[in-house]
Design a protein around this ligand. Structure first.
Ligand SMILES: Cc1cc2nc3c(=O)[nH]c(=O)nc-3n(C[C@H](O)[C@H](O)[C@H](O)COP(=O)(O)O)c2cc1C
Length: 207
């Protein structure tokens, strides 16, 4: 073996293609969406892939000590068969529980730094977590380890949503830039008290 020393580049082979390769090529943050309505079938597919369970009841993403710290709320605007409002996704039961009725998209859009366009998305997934509770649960690992785990879990759910979009031709983008001054007013309508909004995933047909 030739010793090339620190800093030398090691060229890599292309790596074997897999079932994921094309999806990763097609994965994009889509920030221009048409106002085409979503059906319940489409919403169900998105939720199950992003943060649900498979036929054997196994979750589609990893979670520290299987605590499933992150909650997903569907904010429906134009979803056939659902009145506009916020609906909590119960992943293990693959069901929605109504949280608040009314069009909450304008409030969410106003709470973003640069994504006001999401007021026109037919639906938005809201990722949230009780960060204080998470920190308490994982306190033995460090003061803020619980919230780190929650953020990481949100990333896994987000990538699932992106891959679902790549596979189906729908579009999404993770919006993490939130205006912390504007957020509490709308958050209290969308998620239970004590939960922190981690990010938004507007969903729709690419324009
Ligand atoms: C943690 C995180 C936060 C993001 N926040 C925003 C945001 O606030 N507004 C926005 O328009 N895009 C946001 N994005 C999307 C990025 O702009 C996008 O991923 C980046 O431009 C790369 O494009 P691609 O995802 O199509 O490869 C965010 C992405 C990540 C991972």
């Amino acid at each position: 073996m030739v010793d090339r020393g620190a800093g030398a580049l090691v060229a890599l082979p292309p790596g074997e293609g897999t079932a994921l390769s094309q999806l990763l090529t097609d994965r994009r943050s889509t920030k221009e969406l048409s106002n085409e309505a979503l059906t319940l079938e489409v919403v169900a597919g998105l939720l199950r892939h992003a943060a649900g369970v498979d036929g054997a009841g196994r979750p589609t993403y990893a979670s520290a000590r299987a605590q499933y710290l992150v909650s997903v709320t569907l904010v429906a605007g134009e979803v056939v068969g659902l009145r506009p409002g916020a609906y909590r996704y119960l992943g293990s039961r693959h069901a929605l529980r109504t949280h608040t009725l009314g069009d909450l998209r304008p409030g969410l859009a106003a709470a973003t730094v640069d994504a006001q366009w999401l007021a026109g998305a037919p639906a938005v997934l809201v990722l949230s977590a009780d960060l204080t509770g998470a920190n308490h649960y994982f306190a033995e690992l460090g003061a803020v380890q619980g919230e780190r785990f929650a953020w990481l879990e949100a990333g896994l759910i987000t990538q699932n949503a992106y891959l679902w979009a790549a596979a189906t031709g729908w579009g999404t983008a993770f919006i993490g830039g939130l205006n912390q001054a504007a957020l509490p007013g709308v958050a209290e309508q969308v998620v239970p008290g004590g939960e922190h909004v981690l990010g938004l995933l507007p969903v729709g047909r690419p324009a």
